[in-house]
Design a protein around this ligand. Structure first.
Ligand SMILES: Cc1cc2nc3c(=O)[nH]c(=O)nc-3n(C[C@H](O)[C@H](O)[C@H](O)COP(=O)(O)OP(=O)(O)OC[C@H]3O[C@@H](n4cnc5c(N)ncnc54)[C@H](O)[C@@H]3O)c2cc1C
Length: 631
């Protein structure tokens, strides 16, 4: 970080501390559009006028309710995953009047349950080469461009991650070397770091838990290391929702589209009946175009428009497990390119723990898919062949399942083909559906969906798409060394059991955690910790602070305990037990923020416990770590 930037951040910290943390923040408005171009400048001005505070939930709901047949939105998006929030942001920054409803929470569906890779798809490159498939090559090329955009626009939530491919046969070295060099070449100027060969000795130095020999008794010959991006998926999703909101979109979580309205004469979709799932109250929203971004649930929404609609989604579930940090080095992943049954399994460091996965199984479509014991066991077996440590079922801290929205285009001639790329279809009633693709390509999917909506609704945007270089909330002010401002200039004020408030140091772990979760907004959280006595950790062994609960309730539409433990902080994904231990305090702080009564608090406990059950997979799994009951 340059001296001037350090100075700017320090000055900001000082001003914020001096103003007592008032949210009339001395926040440098040099913009979240750090690397903006052209039309994005005018969008920035609009966003600056919003004063850096997202409109509250009540005003977002009121804006949606304020629509009518004669005063419709330009576009209503159904679904607040990566695709839907990306579409809302795209449309709002083009100057369109847009609303978004999400029936649970932003990223409650697949978008919080990914492998967390921002990737071009090295596997698809292999296919492109061996099947001479130019289409696959184009997909990789395109995804690599989008990988670069994500890392540029949300640098606080993403990082380049080196990943090791172990070679236990000599022929594998030139084979993978050529593959990764081609990956570098296709990435071109978007390459993160150049791939390289590590000798067996170097590999073991970097990755001490790597096995020196494989189950067939062959010794490690070396490894190839390549780079992709890694992200905090649900926080990136929430950043998209909040940035869209700042740009003028009316985004509302816990609001479900239950019916679509059509014009009696034209038969075109003109709006939706929405149920606020927190209050149970229903209201209508009208829009010139409705965009269906409901991910694996998009057929459900398509059937609201046309009950005879053919299904597009072939759902497939993927399970991940989380293991202690010592399974992998802090900054090196492992890819098992071919498991015994030919699948790919990753083992990646993530947020201080190790994530391993994934699987591929046919599944019913549900909001709460559960990992099955055999899927967990499959992942454990796959990685154990490559590690020199005991891989134990009892080490699994959390396990979750997500549903891939693998889609085929119902209007395509070859309807049997299921593509990993995305599909945009408009039905006879003008409902635009966008699905498929992957997290990495959410932005271009959103762009295609908004382009389609503009055509269908004959909308008149003020400008073209500007999201390619549109920095998300938190990107401004972020710098990898920014955490030092927190450690040096803030204290964590903590309430003791006796009720006294005592100061504590802003340790490096907590500071880094805040900066990599909130970017330039980390100081807002630090101020809450300092000024409101909310500086305690929520769970032993994790740097998540009480202040985050208050911040997320005020600035990130965090409406329930599950919203917090699963999507705002990632405790449910990292360690189900730790999330359970944090619950009482999370609920207490949310209750104070949202003025919950006793009944609501009780309900929150029940809902959160039921949610966590689906993570630990206690219905199917057999934990034996002394804390869990073995069935
Ligand atoms: C196991 C697994 C691993 C993956 N790993 C990666 C990876 O490493 N990198 C990568 O790039 N991609 C990855 N993906 C793909 C990526 O996660 C998905 O493509 C992406 O998250 C899909 O986002 P979405 O917004 O389309 O769907 P979702 O995130 O599912 O969002 C749809 C939303 O619509 C809401 N909804 C549904 N019906 C309604 C309604 N009637 N009213 C209001 N809201 C409604 C749902 O609640 C849901 O939140 C992975 C996927 C899986 C399953």
């Amino acid at each position: 970080m340059g001296r001037s930037q350090t100075g700017r951040l320090a000055l900001r910290a000082a001003v914020m501390a001096a103003t007592g943390g008032g949210m009339s923040l001395a926040y440098n408005s040099s913009s979240i559009f750090g690397k903006e171009r052209g039309d994005a400048v005018s969008v920035r001005h609009k966003m600056e006028a919003a004063g850096w505070k997202v409109p509250d939930r009540a005003s977002q709901e009121a804006a949606l309710k304020g629509t009518s047949r004669t005063n419709p939105l330009d576009m209503l998006v159904i679904g607040g995953g990566a695709t839907g929030c990306g579409a809302a942001l795209d449309a709002a920054t083009r100057g369109l009047r847009v609303g978004l409803v999400e029936r649970e929470d932003f990223a409650a569906g697949t978008s919080s349950r990914s492998t967390k890779l921002v990737h071009g798809g090295v596997r698809y490159l292999e296919k492109a080469v061996f099947q001479l498939d130019y289409g696959q090559l184009k997909l990789v090329f395109h995804a690599l461009e989008e990988r670069a955009n994500i890392l540029e626009n949300a640098p606080h939530l993403c990082n380049p991650l080196p990943t090791m491919t172990p070679c236990y046969e000599w022929w594998q070295i030139p084979y993978y070397w050529a593959g990764f060099k081609l990956y570098d070449l296709v990435a071109g100027r978007h390459m993160l770091h150049i791939s390289r060969f590590f000798s067996a000795r170097e590999s073991l130095e970097v990755f001490p838990t790597l096995s020196k020999g494989n189950p067939e008794g062959k010794s490690l010959k070396g490894t190839l290391v390549y780079y992709d991006g890694q992200m905090n998926d649900s926080r990136l999703n929430v950043a998209l929702a909040c940035t869209a909101s700042l740009a003028g979109a009316s985004v509302l979580n816990h609001a479900e589209a239950i019916t679509l309205y059509k014009d009696e004469v034209t038969g075109k979709v003109i709006g939706a009946r929405i149920r606020n799932n927190l209050t149970g109250k229903e209201f209508d929203v009208y829009a010139k175009v409705v965009v269906n971004a409901a991910g694996p649930f998009c057929d459900e929404v398509r059937k609201l428009s046309d009950e005879k609609a053919l299904s597009m989604i072939a759902p497939s579930s993927g399970v991940h497990i989380v293991l202690p940090d010592y399974y992998s080095p802090e900054a090196m992943g492992l890819i098992v390119p071919k498991t015994k049954d030919g699948r790919v399994v990753f083992m990646l460091p993530w947020m201080g723990r190790t994530v391993a996965g994934t699987t591929d199984s046919v599944t019913p479509i549900t909001m709460l898919p559960e990992p099955h014991e055999e899927e967990i066991q499959f992942i454990l077996d796959a990685i154990s062949d490559y590690l020199c440590i005991k891989v134990r079922r009892t080490d699994v801290l959390s396990a979750w399942s997500g549903i891939r929205p693998l889609a085929s285009d119902p209007t395509a001639k070859d309807t049997a083909s299921i593509s990993r790329d995305h599909v945009v279809v408009t039905d006879d009633h003008g409902l635009v559906t966008i699905t498929g693709g992957k997290w990495t390509t959410y932005r271009s999917m959103a762009e295609d969906a908004v382009d389609a909506a503009i055509q269908v609704g004959k909308l008149q945007p003020q400008r073209g798409c500007v999201t390619e270089h549109l920095a998300l909330i938190g990107a401004d002010g972020f710098d990898p060394s920014y955490f030092t401002i927190l450690t040096q200039q803030y204290v964590r004020m903590k309430r003791t059991h006796g009720g006294k408030i005592v100061p504590g140091a802003f340790d490096t772990a907590a500071a880094k955690h805040l900066v990599h979760s909130y970017g330039g907004m980390a100081q807002r959280v630090a101020l809450i910790a300092q000024m409101e006595g909310l500086g305690k950790r929520l769970a032993h062994g994790y740097p998540v602070l009480e202040a985050e609960v208050a911040y997320c309730a005020r600035y990130e539409y965090c409406e329930s305990a599950v919203d917090f433990i699963a999507r705002r902080c990632r405790l449910a994904f990292l360690d189900t037990d730790a999330a359970g231990r944090a619950l009482p305090r999370v609920i207490e702080i949310l209750a104070a923020e949202h003025k919950w009564d006793k009944w609501r608090k009780k309900q929150e406990v029940q809902l959160a416990k039921a949610f966590l059950e689906t993570f630990k997979s206690s219905h199917n799994a057999q934990f034996d770590d002394g804390k869990h009951k073995v069935k």
